[in-house]
Ligand binder design. Structure first.
Ligand code: SF4
Length: 328
């Protein structure tokens, strides 16, 4: 493993066992995350995109140990953190934070902002006594919430303000990595840009690394250095946002990109409409998981899983159009 990376994920899997539908029958398995590998450099933002149900939120939660991995390895700052005890996890929790999608349900309605943001500081022993309100006030200033409102409750704020409070709660622990799980998808379009710009400003100020999970490519593209595209539990393409925008390789990415609106009428793209829905992760298709919907599918695609290959420098894809095959 390269120690220069802040986070390295190798062959990560998260499978969920379903309840038996028949007495003594086998238990089916949901292949939510199924062999994912990538790295994040210090100060980098990695966008993670894909349709709902592709496993991107499960991947984020597994990295943070909010759910335990089934297989694979996670290294943080060169240290293997795949299997940790509760005591070993505690300092790590301050280093790796999450901002949730729903700013309404992610804040405890019975607590004031002072408690919501300040309690983590006390729990992690970063400050105590009178120092806590001062720290909370300073952090609220940073995210654009008036410090006089720190004794207010969540219902007294708008959706955008609540998301700012969620950001303050994550940032006050001075983390190195923040996983932003659809941070703006529950907000009005007019507020989305403000929150995304705030995340960008805070990244520069605190030298943060982000994993930005979203289904909207235009949101991810705005702030990411590289983008990973997920489909049915696997990353199927990974490259810089510039390369993904100008030359997407994987047919699934090409379809996603064709749906991103362009302002210039001369550059209008032909929309690629994918047939069918995302198949169930309980019983993923054989070979390439995308083959039932792929407009470039070949005979080999349903039989043989494509290899992950570096097609061009810093541009990886998992598709028979570009790489060697591996027997399924
Ligand atoms: Fe399409 Fe085949 Fe490539 Fe899969 S491997 S994306 S089915 S061309």
């Amino acid at each position: 493993m390269n120690d220069g990376f802040l986070l390295s994920v190798q062959g990560l899997k998260k499978h969920f066992l379903l309840k038996r539908t028949k007495l003594f029958g086998p238990r089916e398995r949901v292949y939510a995350v199924d062999g994912v590998s990538f790295e994040i450099r210090k100060g980098e933002t990695l966008g993670l995109v894909g349709e709902s149900g592709c496993g991107k939120s499960t991947l984020g939660r597994t990295i943070l140990h909010l759910i335990e991995p089934t297989a694979g390895r996670i290294h943080f700052e060169g240290k293997d953190i795949t299997r940790l005890t509760t005591a070993e996890l505690k300092p790590l929790r301050a280093q790796m934070q999450i901002i949730f999608q729903d700013p309404y349900s992610s804040l405890n309605p019975r607590l004031t902002v002072e408690h919501i943001v300040g309690d983590a500081v006390k729990t992690h022993g970063l400050a105590g006594g009178n120092e806590v309100p001062d720290r909370v006030a300073a952090m609220l200033d940073k995210v654009g919430i008036h410090r006089e409102k720190m004794r207010c409750f969540p219902h007294e704020f708008s959706g955008g303000q609540r998301q700012r409070i969620g950001i303050a709660r994550a940032l006050i622990l001075q983390p190195k990595l923040i996983i932003c799980d659809e941070p703006v998808s529950a907000l009005d379009v007019s507020i989305q840009a403000q929150v995304i710009n705030l995340l960008g400003d805070l990244k520069k100020e605190f030298q943060l690394s982000y994993i930005l999970i979203a289904h909207d490519l235009s949101v991810v593209n705005h702030v990411s250095n590289r983008i990973a595209v997920m489909y049915l539990g696997k990353i199927i393409e990974l490259t810089t946002n510039k390369k993904l925008l100008t030359k997407p390789l994987h047919p699934y990415t090409q379809a996603l990109m064709s749906a991103v609106p362009v302002l210039d009428p001369d550059k209008k793209k032909k929309r690629i409409i994918l047939k069918g829905d995302v198949p169930s992760p309980v019983n993923p298709p054989s070979g390439c998981r995308f083959h039932p919907r792929c407009f470039k599918a070949m005979e080999v695609c349903s039989r043989v899983e494509p290899l992950w290959a570096e097609v061009e420098p810093e541009h990886f894809a998992m598709c028979h159009l570009y790489g060697a095959c591996q027997p399924h």
